[in-house]
Design a protein around this ligand. Structure first.
Ligand code: CA
Length: 287
């Protein structure tokens, strides 16, 4: 038996922010056949569990791009937090910029209560300057980013991190490409960080040993499953590490070219049940 690792946003979840009936059916079919289906996402595990619960799914969860692994019951199996001094150093750099960011911790997603205004101001500046469909996409990304489960709002920068907190991921988000890339440049050469991109307008900083690929390899070992006969599917840069460790790697039809180049197969888009189609192909069964 094997693992089937599925990314969430842009992969299992469609542009309406929903998991289709077809995708749920395919996941349940794979489970019936004895495969272990795993969600592997940049989201925090408590956010994922709240989404899965709504759909009646009970799955292992690789969260924060591989910095955490949890059982379907919510027990921690792997935890790769960032070093405290590193977190402080990063937040100091980010606080100098007027940029939106979130601190993914063990108990919640820490953000400043007024930080959404940074994104709303950015959106407002694009409203009349980009094509309508592009602006609608930006608004959609804003809703998705700020609609996560588990926010903990704080007033001051200094309250976003204490030494007692385990931090798995720092997610930096800006619609302003120039500004975001300039901030990214400040971290690019750090050899003690993993930097990935999961959305069009973000980048994420993590412990150098955290990745989706490493996390699913570890989970397969714990469950006694063969990673080299497993499947992984995704759409973004943060999925490339897991596409590289399995035998059957799938890129979504809506993935970018770089992700497609790292996958063995390209399936349909997230609005056309690309996950279900890939699972049936992997299992070699009819829909
Ligand atoms: Ca994704």
């Amino acid at each position: 038996m094997s693992l089937i690792a599925i990314d969430l946003d842009g992969t299992l979840i469609n542009t309406e922010h929903k998991i289709s009936k077809e995708n749920i059916k395919a996941i349940k079919k794979a489970q019936e056949l004895g495969h272990e289906v795993v969600i592997a996402t940049g989201r925090a595990h408590f956010d994922v569990q709240s989404i899965l619960k709504e759909e009646g799914l009970s799955l292992y969860t690789v969260g924060a791009n591989g910095a955490t692994v949890h059982s379907p019951a919510g027990t921690s199996i792997l935890s790769v937090p960032m070093q405290g001094d590193k977190v402080k150093e990063i937040l100091k750099v980010l606080d100098k910029e007027n940029i939106y960011y979130e601190v993914y911790s063990d108990d919640g997603i820490y953000t400043r209560s007024y930080a959404k205004n940074i994104l709303l101001d950015e959106l407002a500046s694009y409203k009349d300057n980009v094509p309508e469909d592009e602006f609608a996409f930006m608004e959609n990304q804003y809703e998705k980013q700020t609609g996560q489960f588990g926010y903990i709002y704080k007033e001051e920068h200094e309250e976003l991190y204490t030494d007692k907190q385990l931090v798995y991921n720092i997610n930096v988000f800006s619609f302003d490409n120039e500004k975001r890339l300039a901030v990214l440049e400040k971290f690019k050469n750090a050899n003690d960080l993993t930097i990935v991109q999961s959305l069009d307008f973000n980048f994420e900083l993590e412990h150098v040993n955290a990745s989706k690929g490493k996390a699913i390899t570890y989970l397969a070992k714990v469950l006694g499953m063969d990673i080299e006969r497993s499947m992984a599917i995704g759409d973004s840069g943060n999925d490339i590490s897991m596409l590289g460790v399995v035998s059957d790697s799938f890129a979504m039809g809506n993935a970018n070219d770089l992700v497609k180049a790292h996958a063995k197969y390209v399936t349909e888009t997230n609005d056309k049940n690309g996950v279900a189609k890939a699972i049936y192909r992997y299992l070699d069964i009819e829909e």
